[in-house]
Design a protein around this ligand. Structure first.
Ligand SMILES: Nc1ncnc2c1ncn2[C@@H]1O[C@H](COP(=O)(O)OP(=O)(O)OP(=O)(O)O)[C@@H](O)[C@H]1O
Ligand SMILES: [Mg+2]
Length: 276
């Protein structure tokens, strides 16, 4: 499989937004969503490279599943990442005085980013918002709105729908669906397809399921034992509605109104092996 293929439409749409951000000097938010392994990071990596080559200052960081070292860490780390960080060392140091005061911190950051954007357009990528702390989520709601008159694009990703984004700024949703892959059982998921080819399928499945709470994990295992598809009733009475909704929302099961179907047969097969 080549390093990157497909996604022409998504890349085109996102590049158009970045060009517009720079040409008009107005901010934009791009929200990339999709299941684990579907290619959010791969798409964002392509876009970052393109934007950097096109004169954007760029920064990138992902929220951590195991918790972040401090409130706002994903965003602040993004702004200090790479060979030419968006924020200078001096700007970053000046923020330290507000470290314990998130609202002041975000306010200072607004001024710093506004000043920086007068010199160069900026692309700020913050990934895996499903794990972001409350201050990061607050900042990503407030900053794009306050900086709407600056050429700053916010490229965000999450396994779950990204809600509660700024009202006053254009938010462009890029939901990622399956890729046209001819790997049986992978359901168009490049992580599963690549892992199968490289002989590390269980590792990939563990990665995909790592964020699931125990109740959802248990339900998924029960469903796996019942076959490629099952009815809600057959899952045991009464199934945990919250857990079930999450499995559908994260793209592990598809609900056609009558039956629940595994989206990836490969994933089901691995679950069966684990249960043995
Ligand atoms: N368009 C693509 N072409 C080729 N390979 C791809 C493509 N998209 C993703 N991949 C490969 O599939 C694997 C998973 O992709 P990626 O890490 O981008 O998923 P993700 O959506 O960011 O997952 P997570 O939610 O776990 O962060 C990687 O090995 C990546 O290189
Ligand atoms: Mg990713």
């Amino acid at each position: 499989m080549p390093n990157f293929f497909g996604r022409g439409e998504e890349l085109g749409a996102a590049r158009a937004i970045l060009r517009r951000t720079r040409a008009t000097g107005t901010g934009a938010v791009i929200a990339v969503t999709g299941e684990a392994g579907i290619g959010k990071t791969a798409l964002i990596t392509e876009l970052r490279q393109w934007a950097a080559g096109d004169g954007f200052a760029t920064g990138h960081e992902a929220a951590q599943e195991s918790g972040n070292i401090a409130p706002l860490a994903p965003l602040l780390t993004a702004l200090r990442s790479g060979p030419a960080p968006v924020l200078s060392q001096a700007d970053f140091g000046a923020l330290a005085a507000h470290a314990a005061l998130p609202i002041w911190l975000v306010d200072r950051l607004t001024d710093q980013l506004r000043a920086r954007a007068t010199v160069t357009p900026i692309l700020i990528c913050v990934e895996d918002l499903q794990w972001a702390d409350a201050v990061t989520r607050y900042a990503l709601r407030v900053l794009p709105a306050q900086l709407v008159s600056s050429p700053i694009a916010w490229l965000l990703s999450s396994r779950l729908p990204i809600d509660a984004l700024a009202d006053d700024v254009a938010v462009h949703a890029i939901p990622l669906g399956p890729l046209p892959l001819s790997v049986a059982g992978a359901g168009g998921n490049p992580l599963l397809a690549v892992a199968l080819a490289q002989g590390r399928l269980t590792e990939a499945v563990r990665h995909m399921l790592s964020a699931l709470p125990p109740a959802a994990m248990k339900l998924l295992s029960t469903a796996a034992a019942l076959g490629p598809s099952s009815t809600v009733d057959s899952l045991g009475a009464p199934p945990d509605r919250h857990a079930l909704a999450r499995l559908v929302r994260e793209g592990f099961l598809a609900d056609d109104g009558e039956r629940l179907h595994f989206r990836h047969e490969l994933l089901r097969q691995v679950l069966l092996i684990w249960m043995d």
